[in-house]
Design a binder for this molecule. Sequence first.
Ligand SMILES: Cc1ncc(CN)c(N)n1
Length: 216
Amino acid sequence: MFTDDAHTATLASWNASKHHPFIQALQAGTLPLSTFRYYLIQDHYYLQAFAKVHELAAQQTTDAAAAAQLRAGAQSLEDGEVANRQTFYRELDITPAEIAATPVAPTNYAYTSHLYRMLVTAGTPGAIAGLLPCYWLYAEIGAELARTGSPVPIYQTWIDTYTANDYTDAMTAQLALTNRVATPENTSALLAAFQKSSWYECHFWQMALDHETWQL
Ligand SMILES: Cc1ncc(CN)c(N)n1
């Protein structure tokens, strides 16, 4: 199955994400709130692009079931993760003005550009494979972190987002969709899309730890 091969091919990168200092500090409760704020603001832009790629991929395909699944995935993102973020923004006093005044950081820019690129160069199946680590890696991270939890309530709520049934159901549906659109002809392109997204996921944590900015 495509997703088994993709998972095996990205084990090192996924382990690096799961044990990244950002994740370890979030679990220990030692992650500075300023770093979490930085992550949330950048992730606002990431999730916007993530939803947009779902919509564009749905528009681009003639596979009605795939289009419906992509739109359902985007809706579940809106209802779950994006809705939860509004609570975080209020709690941490993150305003629309602050978000608007914050540029998309280089790693985030590169990751979201990769998702759009996959749609253009590898079509809807390429976009689906590029989107999958976002669903799946966070579900695995959530499951691991939930074993001990975090002493900081807002970090615990963040963890809970990714163990919630609506999130894991959306992830399972996306796994099935990816396996359905994978063919012997497109497997290597889909694997490359998945591997690069996994690489970007790991660098996204580092971007947040570094409070990465453009040095133009
Ligand atoms: C960068 C990134 N990757 C994945 C997720 C989980 N949907 C997220 N919120 N942000």
